[in-house]
Design a protein around this ligand. Structure first.
Ligand SMILES: [Zn+2]
Length: 129
């Protein structure tokens, strides 16, 4: 079971619990400089983007008190004050990109979802109860 950090919990694409870290790829694993690897990834650290995006999300979640829906949408659209890139929460790169986003609001039995980049799309609302 994973515990929230300061009342917040988020995830990107790597494990956080000791149990799951045992089966995850090493923190220092790199993509090979090989023709078998997509050019955009060659020589890069595998978890670089996932860890950078997680750190940014936790930094944004640590600001302020009560979170509003608009705060969550802003986090999903975050480009760290610049252009969308491989290490921004809303990920834009030559190879990996954000392709969908979903926000659950359990107390209202609502799901907000979009397909594509959060910075370029609006969320649609789905009622589930
Ligand atoms: Zn974006």
């Amino acid at each position: 079971m994973r515990e929230a950090e300061n009342g917040r919990i988020a995830h990107t694409n790597h494990y956080h619990t000791e149990h799951m870290r045992k089966i995850d790829i090493s923190h220092n694993a790199y993509y090979k400089h090989s023709r078998k690897v997509v050019r955009a990834l060659r020589g890069r650290r595998v978890r670089e983007s996932s860890e950078a995006r997680y750190s940014r999300i936790m930094q944004l979640l640590a600001q302020g008190g009560e979170l509003e829906l608009s705060d969550l949408i802003s986090i999903a659209r975050d480009h760290a004050g610049g252009e969308g890139a491989d290490n921004t929460v809303c990920r834009h790169s030559e190879y990996f990109n954000t392709t969908w986003s979903i926000i659950f609001i359990p107390s209202e039995k609502v799901i907000k979802a979009l397909v594509g980049y959060p910075c370029q799309q609006e969320y649609e609302e789905y009622r589930v109860g």
